[in-house]
Design a protein around this ligand. Structure first.
Ligand SMILES: C[S@@+](CC[C@H](N)C(=O)[O-])C[C@H]1O[C@@H](n2cnc3c(N)ncnc32)[C@H](O)[C@@H]1O
Length: 120
């Protein structure tokens, strides 16, 4: 099971950019804003070095894809619970086995407080 088993809207440019970061970034933190069900975030986690912190930020205010995912896929996402629970479940089932931080909130107000944590 891999990031490709997670439904989403990840474009080729995003995958290319994250692959470039995987080669170029040795340490520090990468924040993805807009993760939805976790497809691109799981890819990011599978390619960047383990000592690079990765942080997922999203509102997770609604289940995405009611109008463009296959109905059975959309129903499966809903069956996992709230949008953020769907994200967590997808990462557990299909994501890389590594530490990642999750921040639910508006990107403009999700500020870093320290190297160890973020607050809303
Ligand atoms: C197209 S989806 C992201 C697709 C995802 N990267 C993938 O690989 O499938 C856009 C996401 O951005 C989130 N979003 C939109 N505006 C936001 C904001 N201001 N702050 C945080 N998240 C936001 C939405 O909740 C939604 O989940």
């Amino acid at each position: 099971m891999t990031w490709q088993d997670i439904p989403g809207w990840t474009c080729k440019d995003t995958l290319a950019l994250y692959s470039e970061w995987a080669n170029d970034i040795d340490r520090g933190t990468i924040v993805e804003v807009g993760c939805a069900y976790g497809r691109s975030f799981a890819f990011l986690g599978s390619v960047v070095r383990r000592r690079v912190d990765i942080v997922a930020v999203d509102l997770w205010s609604e289940h995405m894809g009611g109008d463009n995912l296959h109905p059975s896929v959309f129903e499966r996402m809903q069956s996992y619970g709230s949008p953020i629970e769907s994200f967590r479940t997808n990462l557990e089932l299909h994501g890389p086995d590594r530490h990642m931080r999750i921040v639910q909130g508006e990107s403009s107000t999700s500020e870093p407080t320290s190297r160890r944590g973020f607050r809303r």
